[in-house]
Every structure is written in C-alpha cells, then in structure tokens.
Design a binder for this molecule. Structure first.
Ligand code: ADE
Length: 220
C-alpha cells in the first residue's frame, strides 16, 4: 500500500513514522508513506496557501489551487482521496478494514478554519475521528494511517487481530502477566490452569461482560 499525506506541517509525522510497528512496516516494505507539503504546489509567489473567507468571519481558509494541483499530481486510478475533517463520517474499526484493502490512499490534512468547500469535489471520503475539534487534520491522519497499517499483511501477527476490540462487536478480553500476585491482586486461577478450553471460555465471557459493562451500545 502507498499512503500520501498532504499537510502544511510535515514534521509532525517524524515521530509517528520513525518508531515501533509503523517504522518496521515501512522498513519491510508493507507500506510506503510519503509526506507531501502542499505548500510546494502553490503558484503564489509568496508561498500562500490560504486566504480570508468570502463573506467575512474568523480565520483563514485553505485555497483550492495548491490542493487541487497536489492531488492531481499524486492521483492514479487506484487512489482513494480522503479528507480529515470534523464534518466527516465517524471513523470506526470496520472502516479501517475497508481502507486496508486499497492500494493507494491520499489523505488531506486541514488546518485553520478548514478547506474551501470546492475542495470536497475531488475527495472520495470525509472522515472525522470523533466529535471534537482538533487544531488540524494531522493527528487524525496519523490515527487513520496507524489503524490501517497495522492491518496490512505481515505487519503484526494475524492471530492478534482475532480477539481485539471491536471484532464481532466485542471489546478485547482481560489480560495479565507476571507476577501472579501483585499487592494482593491475583491473576484468575483459570489462566494458570493450562486448560485451553477453559481459558478460551473465560476469555469469551470476559469479552462479553466487558462489552456489556462498558459499551452496551455495541451489543445492540
Ligand atoms: N480536524 C479537526 N478535528 C478533526 C476531527 N475530529 N476529525 C478529523 N479531522 C479533524
């Protein structure tokens, strides 16, 4: 998979791309991530990418020209163009699975008061990561990229996806590691029993009970 991220703040992505699982996925060639500064595409002699809103009001609005030109330069017939915006459809695990089947994602990160409305005409999908407003689309773009990259073949063990939260509309089961007794809090005996059937039953119940307790909306 290839992911092109269009942003005015490329350095925000340095840590994200150079640590842990994402770094390894890039090194292995499971994903190719390209951070593109769309200021490089502006035709304005002063490097301008935004301007005041017609009709008045606060803030600056991202202009069409640099973003249209950047997307047109990067786009192929395999591309899906995504805009990060609080006005988009709410992002969920199911969408991460869907996006992981694409060959090429182009992700637009807004800043300031947002995008000129006409930019939406070149976008296939608008995504919000939740009902709150961030200073820009960079963190949302990392959220979406991270959730997609970890699903790509060879990035993490396939079995790790089986019981994780939101699969089958259930949260993950509870887990423990050494020591067995920490300040009087004990690991459930069944996990030390070596009985795989009982352990599996315990984990299934754990998933169901946690979901019922914390996210009963998922069970409906
Ligand atoms: N940009 C600012 N806030 C956002 C959000 N919640 N989701 C996606 N993009 C955003």
């Amino acid at each position: 998979m290839k992911i092109d991220i269009l942003t005015l703040f490329p350095e925000m992505f340095t840590g994200f791309l150079n640590e842990s699982i994402i770094k390894r996925a890039i090194e292995k060639g499971s994903v190719n991530v390209n951070i593109c500064n769309f200021r490089d595409y502006t035709l304005d002699p002063h490097g301008k990418v935004d301007d005041t809103p017609f009709g008045g009001g606060n803030g600056m609005v991202l202009m069409c020209q640099p973003i249209f030109d950047a997307v047109e330069a990067l786009k192929t017939e395999d591309s899906l163009v995504i805009m990060m915006t609080p006005d988009g459809v709410k992002y969920e695990q199911e969408k991460a699975y869907e996006l992981a089947n694409n060959k090429h994602l182009i992700i637009l990160c807004g800043h300031y008061e947002g995008f000129d409305e006409r930019i939406r005409s070149i976008v296939d999908l608008e995504i919000s990561i939740g009902d709150y407003v961030l200073t820009g689309g960079e963190i949302p773009a990392m959220v979406v990229s991270d959730s997609v990259i970890r699903l790509l073949d060879g990035v993490i063990a396939r079995e790790s996806h089986l019981n994780e939260s939101f699969n089958d509309n259930l949260l993950d089961y509870e887990t423990y590691t050494k020591p067995r007794d920490f300040r009087g809090m004990l690991v459930p005996d069944v996990l030390l029993s070596g009985d795989h059937k009982k352990i599996q039953d315990f984990r299934e119940k754990s998933r169901y009970n946690r979901t019922k307790e914390r996210r009963s909306d998922l069970l409906r």
